[in-house]
Design a protein around this ligand. Structure first.
Ligand code: FAD
Ligand code: NAP
Ligand code: SF4
Length: 686
């Protein structure tokens, strides 16, 4: 009998010479453990935890077949026999947990962030400062040999197969497209010639490794760049790859230099499944769908509708290693859902730091952050049910402590509840749902509508009191700040007031940008309407047009918005590396007027009076303006709410251990990632 909850997703997949136990794959993601061999024990623990969680197939982060293909200087590569014992630790750990694992072979080409990078033609990538050297024809043959060597080494190291990275704009994409391939020899010109490289790579690997080794090819189904491939070319390539010995075709969407978001939280779930379905209907081998799949019902729909044979998720396995087991057992509401924020995973990787996960700080730190069961339960009070209080309470309770969680308002979530209200951040609700379920599972005594005072705690007999009372909006000192036109982001997002048709957003941090998203969308969220989203970003989801791009058609903003900051630097400079550009693009496309170098003079019935300073310090030009607006929304940062802590700290008669965490401890540079991470670490140590 099939699985009761997700019968299609949990069905085995027969590949002829081997069988995958279900249709869920952990896709490749570089987490920063791949580059140094002394991290391979940790990498083994990281993958083994996911394998024990039930996933059928795992793909490692990218390993280059040679030095020229490095993503970073001294980046991960598999080039020599002496590396095999290190990889064996990983493959053995995964096999012991009854899963299968592929090594991804990734040649970065012109995306290699090194001065030694190479490409089909010497054309610099817009996202890389290093211009590549053009590979000679001999160099291309040598590169094919290197791919083959890498696959053979992978086989010796115990991998069940390899994934050949042929998407996201890396070397193989660069070979395939006229955007990056201007060659006139046997590797350039017609599509047939441009296609020769990946076909040769697959043919030669298959010849070398035999028939009982998985070769998965990640094909770029939608390039989302000018002069990218058409659907006809993608299908021609897919069919040729099938003929050459590929076992499985995986989906890649968008080159890294594309100006369309493909994995950000504002991308609709399973947005690109349509193009995968087109390719699947043209080949006989199994096809894998990817991008913005994070919950089992989405995966089940994709497989049951015949759009793909398997789903691939990478970040959702950082968020919850047990995703598959929970889905298979009908415990979907226990899944810690990846909210596609990129804050602790990709943003860390781009900052050359080890990846982790905002909602699961243990990710890629499995051997360092341990939630061990306690020998003696303590009686713990946690004050505040924002992200910090929630993570502290749930981790402590999971370890066996007795936890009481106090929350002044009528719901859990704290400031995170406001994030959920932003169009494009609907995924954030999943985190609140996850914590609600954890509270129930671990018998946490949740006391809503209970504002804790020092007096209440003094006589309560708790062993530990954790103050996680969070933050409140900062109210700047500006003449007229008490004027009725002035409102906080909290008042707007809690629907206490409805902003008028002309609004000034004061402050251009994360919350200022989020406020602009909120105010430029009236009762709509393109994230929940795939058609609108595709139109606004100019995407042809079926890839009928070259590169899958069409002219963007943006819905106008329902109101005139100004966004202001005192700094003269670029707007949104402090936003997250991998998703900040998406917020900046939305603000621009919705016509928000950004004004920097501002000082706030006063607020009165006329509106917001500002002075804009332009030019250099010695030749500054001051321009006075009155912004005739209905409302001024304060997004001017936050301050800690820590009165309770200070009172308790000074109380010498207290018998409990006192702890302070999250925004209550430090409001500057606070985000949910820091709040959850530090609170989890605290709970692990209690
Ligand atoms: P809070 O969230 O402030 O929670 C504190 C809780 O304590 C509150 O529920 C409060 O009611 C309660 N409390 C206070 N005093 C008492 C008391 N005496 N007794 C009982 N309860 C009490 N962060 C990100 O990382 N990524 C994002 O994309 C993101 N987007 C955001 C968008 C918006 C619009 C906003 C407003 C914030 C966003 N944040 C984001 C920031 C994130 O929500 C905060 O950093 C995080 O909520 C701080 O967590 P905390 O638990 O420290 O504090
Ligand atoms: P923030 O990023 O610190 O921005 C505060 C803004 O207010 C700045 O633009 C600042 O710009 C302005 N400001 C500060 N003090 C002011 C004053 N006294 N008078 C007038 N303007 C003042 O904080 P935030 O936007 O409140 O965000 C809070 C946290 O939530 C941040 O750490 C952020 O990372 C997180 N968050 C993250 C996301 C995300 O997508 N990852 C989204 C939302 C929030 P000037 O000083 O130049 O005027
Ligand atoms: Fe997903 Fe955000 Fe965690 Fe990355 S940090 S895995 S995007 S929830």
């Amino acid at each position: 009998m099939g699985n009761l909850y997700y019968p299609h997703l949990m069905q085995p997949l027969d590949l002829g010479f081997t069988t995958l136990k279900n249709r869920v794959m952990m896709g490749s993601m570089h987490v920063g453990l791949e580059d140094r061999l002394w991290h391979f024990n940790e990498m083994a623990a990281y993958f083994a935890e996911r394998a024990r969680g039930g996933v059928a197939l795992i793909v490692t982060g990218g390993f280059s077949p040679n030095r020229a293909g490095d993503l970073l200087p001294f980046g991960s590569k598999l080039v020599s026999r002496w590396q095999i014992p290190f990889h064996k630790k990983v493959t053995t750990a995964v096999h012991e947990a009854e899963s299968k694992i592929l090594l991804q072979i990734l040649h970065a080409g012109r995306y290699g962030y090194t001065p030694f990078n190479v490409a089909p033609s010497a054309i610099k990538a817009p996202i890389n400062r290093f211009k590549p050297r053009e590979l000679s024809s001999k160099g291309i043959y040598k590169t094919i040999d290197d791919y083959v060597r890498c696959a053979r080494l992978a086989r010796k190291a115990g991998y069940d197969g390899v994934e050949i990275m042929g998407s996201e704009g890396y070397f193989i994409c660069q070979m395939l497209n006229t955007r990056t391939n201007h060659r006139t020899d046997e590797w350039g010109g017609t599509y047939e010639k441009r296609m020769r490289f990946p076909i040769e790579v697959v043919r030669r690997i298959r010849e070398s490794v035999g028939s009982d080794f998985i070769i998965m090819f990640r094909i770029s189904m939608l390039d989302l760049v000018e002069d990218g491939s058409t659907i006809e070319e993608v299908i021609e390539l897919a069919q040729a790859l099938e003929q050459s010995g590929v076992t499985l075709l995986n989906t890649g969407i968008g080159w890294h230099e594309a100006r369309v978001p493909t994995i950000a939280t504002s991308v609709p779930r399973a947005a690109f499944a349509e193009v995968t379905a087109r390719v699947k209907s043209a080949v006989g081998i199994p096809v894998v769908a990817s991008n913005r799949i994070n919950m089992p019902d989405v995966g089940e729909d994709i497989i049951s509708s015949g759009a793909a044979d398997m789903i691939s998720m990478a970040r959702p396995f950082l968020a919850d290693p047990e995703w598959v087991n929970k889905a298979a057992e009908g415990r979907t509401d226990e899944i810690n859902t990846c909210i596609a924020c990129n804050q602790a995973c990709l943003d860390n990787v781009f900052a050359n730091k080890r990846a982790s996960c905002l909602v699961n700080p243990r990710a890629a730190h499995e051997t360092r952050l341990l939630y061990t069961p306690v020998l003696k339960a303590r009686n713990i009070a946690v004050v505040g049910a924002g992200p910090a209080g929630l993570s502290c309470a749930t981790v402590a309770a999971q370890r066996g402590h007795k936890v009481t969680l106090f929350e002044a308002s009528g719901e859990i979530g704290g400031q995170f509840n406001y994030a959920c209200k932003i169009p494009g951040k609907e995924e954030f609700w999943e985190t609140i749902r996850y914590y609600l379920k954890q509270i129930e599972l671990h018998d946490i005594d949740l006391r809503l509508n209970t504002k804790v005072t020092a007096e209440m705690l003094r006589t309560s007999g708790f062993d530990d009191v954790v103050i996680a009372s969070g933050v409140a909006p900062r109210i700047p000192k500006i003449p007229g700040i008490d004027h009725p036109k002035v409102v906080t982001y909290q008042e707007v997002l809690s629907n206490t007031i409805k902003p008028g048709s002309k609004v000034a957003v004061m402050g251009a941090g994360g919350i200022g940008f989020d406020m602009c998203e909120y105010l430029t969308h009236e009762n709509t969220s393109p994230t929940l309407d795939k058609e609108i989203w595709m139109r606004e970003w100019g995407v042809d989801g079926s890839n009928e047009t070259r590169g899958g791009l069409v002219p963007a058609d943006v819905l106008p903003s329902p109101r005139k918005i100004y966004m202001l900051q005192r700094k003269t630097s670029r707007f949104g400079q402090g936003l997250n590396k991998t998703s900040g550009w998406v917020h900046r693009a939305v603000v621009k496309m919705k016509g928000v007027e950004t004004i920097g170098g501002v000082s706030y003079d006063k607020i009165d019935d006329q509106g917001l009076h500002i002075t804009i300073t332009a030019g250099t310090q010695s030749e500054a030009v001051n321009e006075r303006r009155v912004l005739d607006v209905d409302h001024i929304v304060l997004c001017t940062g936050q301050v800690s709410v820590n009165v309770l802590y200070k009172e308790l700290e000074q109380d010498d008669s207290k018998t409990c251990q006192l702890h302070l965490v999250g925004g209550a401890e430090r409001a500057g540079e606070l985000d949910a990632e820091r709040a959850i991470r530090l609170a989890s670490e605290l709970a692990a140590a209690l």
